[in-house]
Write a protein that binds this ligand. Structure first.
Ligand SMILES: Nc1ncnc2c1ncn2[C@@H]1O[C@H](COP(=O)(O)OP(=O)(O)OP(=O)(O)O)[C@@H](O)[C@H]1O
Ligand SMILES: [Mg+2]
Length: 395
């Protein structure tokens, strides 16, 4: 039986579909690494459109001469107690760098001795090596309020690894869910720090990505005119599958799903070509009948929680004010700031906070009519169906 997964599968190639153009575009940028031109990118796109899957695939397919690191900030947030700090992010990065080099067992020993000698040349006087946590063979200093040295140590390491090995031409670091870096104390300063090191590292490429709206302030903070990278990050938006791509995808990867013409149109209208929704709706459609419009409508209505699963989780973590804000946009088909300030029972500063937080989570966006609107049609459908069925919106 064929499966269309709704979470990250281990065997990426078995489930991955197409994206040839995106892969070529990103790989073209990455190919400059070996010519000492470090590519820096920002990958955006709707929730569930496949940014993480795509980047995992791209990293996996790099040749042996390129080392790669995939750092997911949401994992660090999930693992830790208390506040997210710069140190925790840097330590996690260091850990991943070590994982990357340890995969190549043959060269590992050779690198490690060179790297270790390089590390020793760094001024690490303030580090206490006595009760060090060894990440395999790298003596990892205990960090004692010495953020400057820790950041220098970690941020310079990838380039040092490339420099210390003839077989390695470059290092690619993907930072997923980067918008969560907003939770550290001084996100601005952290982005500037990264920027300052990337300028001196000719064979290290950074790719930032996350579930964030294109019009959010975090994008400005990192890549706006006044932002740390000041527009130098090449911004690539990952689009949903087109109608035809969706059709081919279903033909190739689904468990023999069949549609009438109108049934498929409906299927596409509901999923909007977003793989997450294509996969979750496909997994509940009957595969022994030809699905028409009605079957799609009914299945979706009865199983909306399964298809919109991601939203149940996100909704649960929003504040009451953010929920009221979303419901207002839903019922009024979007609104501008003045209307929101006049109509919602919240202060101007609260409304600004909702706007920041919801755009940084990719839930709302600012459209061409200068209105805030909900970014995701499935969220809208979920709220509507819940309201119709229960008489009230999810709590
Ligand atoms: N090219 C693809 N081929 C097949 N399935 C895909 C593809 N891209 C994404 N998917 C499916 O959609 C799901 C969601 O993709 P992914 O997690 O990469 O989205 P995302 O854009 O990173 O979303 P978020 O913004 O929520 O992090 C994946 O688990 C995968 O099952
Ligand atoms: Mg993702």
């Amino acid at each position: 039986m064929k499966i269309m997964p709704i979470s990250m599968p281990k065997d990426i190639d078995k489930y991955f579909f197409n994206r040839i153009k995106d892969i070529n575009m990103i790989n073209t940028q990455l190919s400059t690494l070996k010519f000492d031109i470090p590519p820096q990118m920002l990958i955006t796109g709707y929730r569930g459109v496949g940014k993480t899957f795509l980047l995992r695939k791209i990293l996996k397919d790099q040749g042996n001469n390129i080392l790669t690191v995939f750092l997911d900030i949401s994992e660090i947030m999930g693992r830790q107690k208390g506040k997210l700090t710069e140190e925790k992010v840097l330590k996690a990065l260091l850990n991943e760098i070590n994982n990357a080099i340890s995969q190549n067992q043959q060269s590992y020993k050779k690198w490690i001795s060179k790297i270790t000698s390089n590390i020793k040349k760094l001024e690490l006087k303030n580090y206490d090596f006595s009760d060090n946590i060894d990440v395999l063979d790298i003596p990892l200093p205990v960090i004692k309020d010495n953020y400057d040295k820790l950041s220098k140590f970690v941020m310079e390491l990838p380039q040092k690894i490339v420099d210390s090995s003839d077989e390695i031409d470059g290092f690619i670091i993907v930072i997923d869910e980067f918008q969560l870096l907003k939770n550290i104390e001084k996100p601005d300063a952290f982005f500037w720090l990264m920027r300052s090191y990337t300028q001196k590292q000719f064979n290290v490429g950074y790719i930032f990505t996350g579930s964030v709206s294109k019009t959010s302030d975090i994008i400005n903070m990192i890549n706006g005119q006044e932002g740390a990278f000041g527009g130098r990050l090449i911004q690539i938006n990952i689009e949903p599958f087109t109608f035809d791509e969706t059709k081919r995808y279903i033909d190739e990867k689904s468990n023999n799903l069949k549609f009438t013409d109108n049934g498929f149109k409906r299927f596409y209208a509901c999923t909007r070509g977003i793989p997450l929704y294509i996969n979750s709706l496909s997994s509940i459609l009957p595969n022994n009948v030809v699905c028409d419009e009605d079957i799609i409508k009914q299945t979706l209505k009865l199983n909306i929680d399964q298809v919109a699963m991601m939203w149940i989780y996100i909704w649960g973590r929003l504040s009451q004010g953010e929920k009221d804000f979303i419901v207002y946009l839903l019922e009024n088909d979007g609104a501008n700031r003045e209307t929101l300030e006049a109509q919602l029972d919240y202060s101007k500063s609260s409304i600004s906070r909702f706007i920041d937080s919801l755009s940084n989570q990719g839930i709302i966006e600012f459209n061409r009519d200068k209105k805030f609107v909900l970014s995701d049609k499935m969220l809208q459908l979920w709220l509507k169906i819940k309201f119709e069925t229960n008489g009230f919106y999810p709590l």
